[in-house]
Each structure stands twice: as C-alpha cells, then as structure tokens.
Design a protein around this ligand. Sequence first.
Ligand SMILES: [Zn+2]
Length: 383
Amino acid sequence: MSINYYELIIGKFFRPDIKDYVPDFAYSPLNILGKLYEPIIDKYWIEKSKYKPIWPDKKPYAVCITHDVDHVSRYNFPQNLRAIKKAIKSMEKRKTKKSLSMILESFGNVLNYIFRNGKDPYSNLDLLINIEKNFDVRSTFFFAPEKVLKIHFSDCVYKYNDKIYFFGKKKTIADIIRYIAKEGFEVGLHSQWWSYNDPIEFANQKKQLEFVLGKKVYSNRNHFLKFDNRLTPYVYKKGRILYDSSLGFNDNIGFRRGTSYPFYLYDLSNNKKTGVMEIPLIVQDSAMLLKVKGLRISVKKCLEYVYEIKEKVKSTSGVLTILWHPHSLSSKNFYVAFTEVLKMLKEDDPWFATVAEVGEWWKNEVKINIVDFLEEEFNKKEG
Ligand SMILES: [Zn+2]
C-alpha cells in the first residue's frame, strides 16, 4: 500500500461517524504503514526543496506547549452540582451505569468539599505557571466556554465567576484568564464536544471567552480532539479561527497527518482552501501516562518516546506541539514527566512559543505552504 501525501494532508480519508464518538478517533492511514512516528511529509519536502524552516535566533526547531483547561477544581461545590445536573440531562444518550457512577463521584467530591480542608488537587494553574516561568517558557492555555447550546456529558463544568485558589488568593476564573494573557501566555478556546460540526455552536462558545478576555481569540483546540475532516475546517473558517491544534491523537502520539509543519486546513465539504492554519498536535500527556487508556507507559518509557519524537522534529526543523493537562499535575507521574520533558527540551534550546506565535512566524517568515506543494506534486503525477 502506498500513500498519496496530498490526500493525507487535506484529510481525504475518514471513517464514518460512529454515533457521537470522535469520527477518526485514532485513525490515520499511517497506522497501517507503520509510519506514525515519522514526519514523512516534512522529509519529503526537504528532499524535494532542499530547504528547512528557519526559526527566530536560528533556533533548531520550535516547541509549542499547550494546555487544555478541562478542570480547574475537583471539589468545588457548584461545579459538582453542575456535573450532576449534566449527567442527568445526558443520561438518555449514555449508559445509565456510567452516568450513575459520574453522579456518585460528584457526590463524593461535594462531601470532600464540605468536610475537607487543604488544597484542591485540580486547582494548579498557578503551579503550572510557576514551572513554565522557571523554564522561561510561554504556552497556550485553551479555556472552555461557560455555556453550550447542545450538551455532551464530557463537557467542562466551570464558569468564569467560579473562584479557586490562585497563588494563595481566591480568584475568579475570569481574573485568572486575564492574568494568564497579561503574563505573555496565550489564551485560546477549548471548544466543546458539539462544536466540531456546528458553526453556530462554535461561534457562541468563542464569543463567551472573547467577552471575558476582552479581546479576540485566534487559536482553538477541540475537546477530546474531536474533528471531522469533512466539516470542521469550515466551522473554523466561519468562526474566524486562525490557528487550530486539534489534529493529534487521544490514545497515541505521533504525526497524524505525516507532518510536524503547520499547514492550511482544507474544506472538503466545499472543496476549498481555507486560511485556517493547523499546528498539528504531536504529543499528549494522557495518551502516554493514563492508566486506563492509550499507551499506558511508565514515566521512563514516556521520556524515551518524547526523546525519539523530538529528535525527528529536530531533524526536519519542525514544530513539536505538546499537550499537558493542568489538572493532571496532581498526579506525581504527570508532574515528574512534565518537568523532565521541559528539562530535556531545554538542552536543545529550541524556540518555545505559543500556538499563535508559531502560526504567525510560519505565515510571515517561513512561508512554506505544504498543501500547495503537495497539490502540485500530485497533479504532476496525475498528469
Ligand atoms: Zn478537553
């Protein structure tokens, strides 16, 4: 089996929608070829053009650290009440047993909230900011909207007026969002489950974050990386998103579209190019370290995987985009792995930048258009 790189990059392959699960969940035509851990398109580009991307201050490659803010607290009372309400509302669409276990968990959290003193394990945005400031890294935080028009049981439950402890003081999520932006990090949208195919739902979610941030939001990542090759690029274009970073894996790591290079998403439903740039996601924390899904590897193995992958990205001067969930730092394994990954990368002295910074640099300075290039190659072969 050979692979058409043009069709790969524009996503002209897809699995049928499986109920409300992620359409091409862990699927890439690269799986079957054993090429998941190779940036085959980057290599092909270099072979043909003899040209590699150049980064600020001649840095060897770019690293984009990103965070999906799924939880800001575990024990917060209103948030757990919302979680219970949501579980009941979405019960008919979900197995009753799962909904009930979710409700029980929330009740347990509420009891913890009432009877327990001390730190909330999921409130660690301040910890994360401290770690990154120490490493002189600025990252992108994707925040969820407060409300959705169409509910899914996995949607986030925090609201912008909820208060959590942040650097020792009670702060609203709204204050924290603005603080993060002021400190030179990027605030992007973590669009929720049912936004991937619905421009109205998407626009509604984006508007809420922009209101609280007080400025436009340009970057996005979908919750659970939900993405339909046929529809999502159009939703982003309509929603005036400039940069997306949803094309990665939930249960694996690697190059889902065969590239670490940013590229413009193609709108398959209207057969049109879009100006929406994808900064592909390469490495995700929970795909490696969760005990219940994905690769389920140890911290040691995780560092070996990340090392191999970053060597590949380094060899093509590409972009290593990493997702690390803030709440996961409550687990020792996730905490240790995250700081060790930063330490490892720091030794190469790459360009650490936010999603929008990488996108802008690529657009204005690197100017490689991998989709146009592969289209030409494809037409040559066809002709
Ligand atoms: Zn999420």
